[in-house]
Design a protein around this ligand. Structure first.
Ligand SMILES: NC(=O)c1ccc[n+]([C@@H]2O[C@H](COP(=O)([O-])OP(=O)(O)OC[C@H]3O[C@@H](n4cnc5c(N)ncnc54)[C@H](OP(=O)(O)O)[C@@H]3O)[C@@H](O)[C@H]2O)c1
Length: 235
């Protein structure tokens, strides 16, 4: 929005969306929708295009995280996560691509996670969803290139947000956890916007975590060794 684009914002809490939209109300459209509800997850696309014109950039950002022992998570919550973090982005991508291909332009942005590169103990369902989204996203790029469509896969490590704060409180506090680099959402947003503008394949942020892609065995060892225990597991 800060770069002058028109934006449709989709989430459940309308008041928050309207606050953001207020920064440029002539270029922002708000839609309240529960993207974890398969009936509602894609129904907003038509209304968005009627209001703002064809979607040039789809950002699959909405997500939830469950940080809990794999066996404790209620299946209903797990299923909701899998719908929101994996099924909905794939369905929306398919719907929007069918409209982008005849226009021979467009960009899909998938907000995956470092959990896709380095799955983290305590995030059983989230690891699966984000790895699935990242794999789909990486494979789609070359498939869509002949159609003039670009795909950006984003791998955030810890970045300040409600989700990050909640995850932090679920783990015991250790020296390694205290010193892990944490990013800023404003910087990440700028990097993603630059990647769209300059057709970069992926964004890994904070930069420190980019090492993980090049050293998968070391990453696996570090995550298994350094991830703190879940508090809920007790002493
Ligand atoms: N922060 C991190 O450290 C981090 C790291 C790696 C990846 N990520 C990914 O980055 C993305 C954004 O996360 P965040 O850190 O900004 O988390 P957040 O602070 O919890 O925000 C989550 C966003 O998703 C929306 N959302 C959640 N459930 C929804 C639903 N059922 N329907 C529609 N919208 C829904 C929320 O809006 P409403 O609640 O109003 O619906 C909110 O806008 C997620 O995909 C997350 O997995 C974040």
């Amino acid at each position: 929005m800060k770069r002058g684009d028109s934006v449709t914002l989709v989430a459940r809490r309308r008041d928050r969306l309207e606050r953001i939209a207020g920064e440029a109300s002539d270029r922002a459209h708000v839609i309240e929708a529960d993207l974890a509800n398969p009936e509602a997850a894609c129904a907003w696309v038509e209304a968005a295009e009627e209001a703002m014109g064809p979607i040039d950039v789809l950002v699959n950002n909405a997500g939830v995280q469950i940080v809990e022992s794999a066996t404790e998570t209620k299946w209903e919550a797990a299923e909701k996560l899998l719908v929101l973090d994996l099924h909905t982005p794939l369905r929306l991508t398919q719907i929007v691509l069918r409209k982008m291909i005849p226009r021979r332009s467009g960009t899909i942005v998938d907000i995956a996670s470092m959990a896709a590169i380095g799955p983290t103990p305590g995030m059983f369902f989230y690891n699966a969803a984000k790895a699935g989204l990242a794999a789909a996203s990486e494979g789609l790029r070359a498939e869509m290139k002949p159609h003039g469509i670009h795909v950006v896969t984003v791998y955030p490590g810890p970045v300040t947000s409600d989700m990050e704060a909640a995850a932090r409180t679920a783990y015991e506090v250790t020296a390694a956890a205290r010193h892990a680099p944490i990013g800023s959402p404003d910087v990440l947003a700028r990097l993603v916007a630059d990647a769209v503008a300059n057709k970069r394949a992926r964004v890994i942020y904070p930069r420190f975590y980019a090492l993980s892609r090049h050293f998968p065995n070391l990453t696996r060892w570090a995550i298994d060794t350094l991830t703190p225990r879940l508090k809920a597991l007790g002493p």
